[in-house]
Design a binder for this molecule. Structure first.
Ligand code: CDV
Length: 308
């Protein structure tokens, strides 16, 4: 048995006016709870340090740099690293990354129990649009503010296991899980900020959106026999609602823990990484059963082409 006791640390709303220091204090509060519950890994949401700023249009992109981190840890986040180090707890969380070369990414990191950054992932599937869109009830300007991730979908060794990360919209794409599944991933950490309403369709209710969220996580976990730890930023940010439904999903696709609120809330589960073995060695034994000779279109073609 290789047990990882995971805390999924959902964050409630972060308003535009909230400072990084305010947010980090909340993250440390959840970390202390996780330490009291004997967790050895705590996972936080996408863009955990600020409000979900891609809903706000800045005509001049440079104005949006206020939402980005140019160092990690930096002065505001060092206390989180220090407290995690005192507790000997590993972390995963998302933030907006501004590189020394001036590139902007929606990034997530994996931090080991000694507070070393052992993994970096940059979001590959950026949703939304580049320009202000008057047809939408709210803006989703990730394609304006971020470049698509340039690090692929790597896995990392930590806590005697194989870990991967993805971010929010990535969870809806089976390729995300399969690329990590092909590298033997045993636990995927992912943060999300998902609006409770569809900006282009009033017919889609929050219940249906939560259904699609869980469907994606559960299918990805089952089809690759991996744990999935999905953590929301939830609640109403400056009038815009995000749903909660943070979940820990086991390698057979079942939800073993789920948040009940849209506030700061910790859920905990014991995740035996050896429980991934059965699926990986039987129905999803890739080496035995995959038929790559039929999968070429997945990488040679992006959009739909209906044959004549
Ligand atoms: N932050 C996100 O990536 N949100 C998307 C929304 C736009 C649908 C998501 O997949 O949840």
């Amino acid at each position: 048995m290789r047990n990882v006791r995971v805390g999924a640390a959902q964050l409630g709303a972060i308003q535009k006016a909230d400072s990084r220091e305010d947010v980090v204090a909340r993250m440390i509060g959840l970390l202390d709870q996780a330490a009291a519950e004997k967790c050895n890994l705590v996972v936080y949401p996408e863009l955990a340090l600020t409000t979900f700023f891609p809903r706000w249009y800045h005509e001049n992109n440079v104005e949006a740099d206020q939402w980005f981190e140019s160092e990690m840890p930096g002065p505001a986040t060092q206390p989180l690293f220090d407290r995690a180090n005192e507790h000997g707890i590993a972390l995963s969380f998302g933030f907006a990354e501004l590189t020394p070369e001036g590139e902007h990414y929606n990034t997530s990191i994996l931090v080991d129990p000694d507070s070393n950054i052992v993994g970096t992932y940059r979001k590959v599937h950026l949703p939304g649009h580049v320009e202000y869109d008057t047809e939408r009830t709210h803006q989703h300007l990730e394609k304006r503010y971020f470049l698509p991730g340039n690090l692929g979908l790597p896995v990392f060794r930590m806590l005697d296991g194989v870990f991967g990360m993805c971010i929010c919209n990535d969870r809806r794409w089976p390729e995300t899980y399969r690329v990590m599944g092909l590298q033997g991933v045993e636990m995927i950490t992912l943060g999300f900020n998902t609006p409770a309403t569809n900006s282009l369709s009033r017919n889609e209710k929050p219940e249906q959106r939560i259904f699609h969220h869980k469907l994606s996580l559960q299918a990805g976990a089952y089809q690759n026999s991996t744990w999935v730890v999905a953590v929301a930023k939830a609640g109403v940010e400056d009038g815009f609602p995000l749903f909660g439904a943070s979940c820990i999903v086991d390698p057979s696709g079942e939800i073993v823990a789920e948040t009940k609120t849209e506030e700061d809330e910790l859920i905990v589960a014991d995740c035996d990484l050896d429980a991934t073995k059965f699926g990986k060695e039987t129905i999803f034994n890739f080496a035995q059963h995959r038929r790559t000779e039929h999968y070429g279109l997945i990488t040679s073609q992006t959009g739909v082409v209906v044959p004549d």
